[in-house]
Design a protein around this ligand. Structure first.
Ligand code: ADP
Ligand code: MG
Length: 401
């Protein structure tokens, strides 16, 4: 069901409570990667440029829920946001519900921005506590969910808060709207051929998504460590590659399901292998369908790269979750890079290309193609959950378009 967006609400003079996803990596007080902050800018601008008052709520990390933990304070984010917006961002206190927070909100002018301190400094946030949510609800006239990375959760600011604001406008921001459009709508009714590319660390993480997407898929491409559980299921020699012995049966089942549904399954035909799971040590060798004992597959090989790129080249929709190898180490990054490049080329030819998953998003960012794809999800767990088709209460309860 399409959701009402912030665009459709009259925000002038109104206090707009916006749940954003500012869960960014911070190292010694410095923000090392700010895509999640820049991702929220369109929604914030839509509010303040039309004379609304933006009250931003977010969490960072996993504090204990017993008050301020200095290293998880959102203060550095207020500073960065202020630079990005070119205007002051009030950061009133180290408790999102204290008198100073309330006073700052009461003192807001139209077009102003307040960032409240880490919601998870209150244990009520993770617990979904309605009393905590009621205090936040008293701050606002309108509720906006633009925190895609948390949408699969039932934290107080995601569920109890919009519930407490029933009767007032409750809408999605542009970021969440876009995530739904790609991770749900585009893969539910994809332009064909539809290619699903999966990889990454474990089969067990991706089973739900594979099974959900299989009925729509024309081609399923499998790489990364999870490919070895599939190859093992087919009786191939995988050497010392990382397999999940207890998932061999489910891999067999997926292979059968794909055949029944007429989806063509592509597994790696060659592998870049090493004698050690390490960046710099170990002997590296490429094997075909028989990996020698003592070697483990850490990337797809050159023939596989060509095959996978060829499949992606013919697609009109591609969704990709999970790297093809240990892309963090240059010696095993080429496979992931070649898929990333094939996705960018497909996009240039008019295909819809979607990347979900935290490490996959980091990979396309690292290889410089993130801006050449239709959509790179900002959510890790949330993007996988949405690809699995799991309903999100935090989204379902918002106003329908
Ligand atoms: P995402 O976060 O995009 O969903 P995953 O978390 O499932 O992806 O997997 C990413 C991790 O999988 C990366 O850290 C990568 O190094 C690892 N990986 C990929 N291929 C292999 C492999 N062949 N052997 C071991 N680890 C691998
Ligand atoms: Mg991951």
């Amino acid at each position: 069901m399409p959701k009402q967006t912030i665009e459709s609400v009259d925000v002038a003079g109104k206090r707009v409570l916006v749940r954003v996803d500012f869960n960014v990596p911070i190292d010694g007080g410095a923000i090392t990667f700010d895509r999640r902050i820049t991702g929220a800018l369109p929604t914030i601008h839509s509010i303040i440029d039309r004379g609304g008052r933006a009250i931003l709520m977010a969490h960072l990390g996993r504090p204990e829920g017993k008050g301020l933990e200095e290293q998880l304070s959102l203060r550095p984010i207020a500073k960065r946001l202020s630079e990005l917006l070119g205007k002051p961002v009030a950061f009133p206190s180290n408790d999102c519900t204290d008198d100073a927070a309330k006073a700052a909100i009461d003192a807001m002018q139209d077009g102003g921005v307040v960032l409240l301190e880490n919601l998870r400094f209150h244990e009520g946030e993770k617990a979904g506590d309605p009393d905590f949510a009621a205090r936040l609800a008293s701050y606002g006239d309108i509720y906006v969910n633009d925190a895609f990375g948390t949408c699969h959760r039932t934290d107080a600011s995601m569920v109890a808060l919009p519930k407490a604001m029933a009767g007032k406008p409750r809408v999605v921001g542009f970021l969440v709207e876009k995530e739904i459009r790609f991770l749900h709508d585009a893969v539910t009714n994809p332009a064909k051929p539809f290619v699903v590319v999966v990889g990454g660390a474990k089969v067990s993480d991706k089973i739900g998504a594979i099974q959900r997407l299989l009925p729509q898929a024309d081609q399923v491409v499998v790489g990364g460590a999870m490919a070895y559980t599939f190859l093992k299921a087919l009786g191939q020699e995988v050497g010392d590659s990382r397999i999940e012995p207890d998932k061999i049966d489910i891999a067999k089942k997926i292979i059968d399901q794909a055949a029944k549904l007429g989806a063509q399954l592509h597994l790696p035909v060659d592998h870049v292998c090493s004698t050690e799971f390490a960046e710099h040590s170990g002997d590296i060798e490429v094997f075909g369908d028989k990996i020698k004992p003592g070697f483990m597959g850490l990337d797809i090989g050159p023939n596989t790269q060509g095959i996978f790129a060829g499949v992606i080249a013919k697609a009109r929709t591609v969704v990709w979750n999970g790297p093809m190898g240990v892309f963090e180490w240059p010696a095993f990054s080429v496979g992931t890079q070649s898929v990333a490049r094939a996705m960018a080329e497909a996009t240039a030819r008019g295909a819809t290309t979607i990347v979900g998953g935290g490490d996959s998003a980091a990979a396309v960012e690292k290889f410089g193609v993130a801006d050449k794809l239709s959509h790179v999800s900002t959510g890790g767990g949330a993007s996988l959950a949405m690809l699995e088709g799991i309903p999100f209460e935090a989204v379902d309860l918002l106003d329908n378009a």
